[in-house]
Write a protein that binds this ligand. Structure first.
Ligand code: GLN
Length: 447
């Protein structure tokens, strides 16, 4: 598939032909990465996760409850894309309401990993990552609340970037956990990810948490020859599989050979990331999902009265994982448990952010695994807690509001990609992308 950078040089006619070819190839593919083939105007086709509103397109967050719902307005990220000559094309499969790490919980059925169709592509932006990796999308938008861009990118061997909280407008992104959600790019390489990030970023009055200042464009000034100080957290690595540890150690050597300085740091509270995230994310999700009642959005169940309407719509419309999280979220917010769980998790969130900031006093970037293993086999995770644990390396970045980028560095003996992530200080996207460009060059990953 041509890169986004190459696509920028194509004529309107060439792009129209490309779109037709993409649609044909996507329809013939068995990945189940697309859940719709809508297109919206002229330009470079960019695949859009099914939780980002494109005006007049269905937007269903991979859920039964939103079947029939048509977006009445455009997300700011989409408006920004269009202003840069790109156009939304196709809706990408995802875990229902972005809750999951495998894209197995979608109403449309699971997406497959192009590197092994018995493997999951990761989640929740699994459709976006699988399509880019499988050569049926040039680039895609995903959303990352606790790793949902970086982790599927790692499992599928592509690049996925989560911007600093507040850098990309959330206006028009269906909310999962509003204090954590960010839209970001999934692309074939670091430069393409930077092009897409540049296009969607920026202040937006329609999002009250949007950062009120602009940052220069990055893609045109990428410098893969920077020399940076990169921190590694040794105790953090032990929990990963041998495949991941091996790829990690090799990457560290290659970064050193490329002239970067590696510093070893400790971060004792990472063991609280999972608990903190799953208290806060479920609390926010329970609140955000209260609006789906059969009256205002999407699918309406049969009912004799209003109470039954709410009950039946939600019982029939939400999947098992979403219901679990609504129950958990309402529990941690209920009187009697609010202080013990929700308030405590908010406090721990601050400690996690402080721990990152201490490291950034002495380092430009942190290098970390994205997931403790390569993509698991489809259907192999039965215990929800096991799935939550696989998020251990990505959640802290969202809790601290930081930018992170995942890029492929190696394949294991079975040919499954291993991705690692770089993490930067808030709003240090320029250093993040330069570091990623340098790492991409140093590891020289072959697809
Ligand atoms: N796997 C995490 C969760 O299920 C992260 C999801 C996401 O980033 N949207 O909450």
């Amino acid at each position: 598939m041509i890169t986004l950078k190459e696509a920028l040089t194509k004529s309107g006619e060439e792009l129209t032909a490309l779109r037709a070819e993409l649609e044909e190839r996507a329809k013939a593919s068995d990945l189940n990465a697309y859940v719709g083939y809508e297109s919206s105007g002229e330009g470079i086709p960019i695949l859009i996760k099914d939780n980002i509103q494109v005006k007049n397109w269905p937007v269903t967050s991979g859920s039964k409850i939103l079947q029939g719902y048509i977006a009445p307005y455009e997300a700011t990220a989409i408006r920004n894309l269009k202003a840069k000559g790109m156009m939304p094309f196709g809706r990408a499969n995802m875990d229902e309401f972005a809750m999951g790490s495998t894209t197995e919980s979608s109403f449309y059925g699971p997406t497959k990993n192009p590197h092994g169709t018995d493997r999951v592509p990761g989640g929740s932006s699994g459709g976006s990552a699988a399509a880019v990796a499988g050569g049926i999308a040039i680039a895609a938008l995903g959303s990352d609340t606790g790793g949902s861009i970086r982790q599927p990118a790692a499992y599928c061997g592509v690049v996925g970037m989560k911007p600093t909280y507040g850098r990309v407008s959330r206006f028009g992104l269906s909310a999962y956990a509003s204090s954590l959600d960010q839209i970001g790019p999934i692309a074939q390489n670091v430069e393409d990810a930077a092009i897409l990030y540049d296009a969607i970023k920026g202040h937006d009055d329609k999002d009250s948490t949007s950062a009120d200042f602009e940052i220069e464009d990055i893609a045109n000034h990428l410098n893969p020859d920077v020399k940076l100080t990169i921190a590694v957290i040794d105790s953090h690595i032990d929990a990963a599989d041998a495949d991941i540890r091996k790829a990690f150690n090799k990457t560290v050597s290659k970064l050193e050979a490329a002239g970067h300085t590696i510093v070893h740091k400790e971060m004792s509270n990472t063991k609280y990331d999972i608990a903190t995230y799953y208290v806060l994310a479920t609390a926010e999700a329970a609140t955000n999902l209260a609006r789906y009642d059969g009256v205002r959005y999407g699918r309406r169940a049969e009912a004799k009265n209003t109470e039954e309407l709410f009950f039946n719509t939600r019982s029939e419309g939400f999947g098992e994982e979403v219901k679990r999280r609504i129950m958990l979220g309402n529990f941690v917010l209920s009187s009697g448990y609010y202080d013990a769980y929700y308030v405590k998790a908010q406090k721990v969130r601050h400690l996690i952010r402080d721990a990152y900031n201490r490291i950034f006093e002495e380092a430009d970037l942190i290098l970390s695994p994205v997931a403790p293993s390569v993509a698991p086999k489809m259907g192999s995770i039965h215990d929800p807690l096991e799935m939550y644990k696989s998020d251990m390396y990505t959640l802290g970045v969202n809790l601290a509001g930081l930018p992170g980028i995942s890029l492929p560095v190696a394949k294991n003996d079975e040919g499954m990609p291993v991705g690692l992530q770089l993490i930067a200080k808030a709003f240090d996207e320029k250093i993040l992308f330069n570091g990623a460009a340098s790492m991409e060059k140093a590891v020289n990953y072959t697809h």
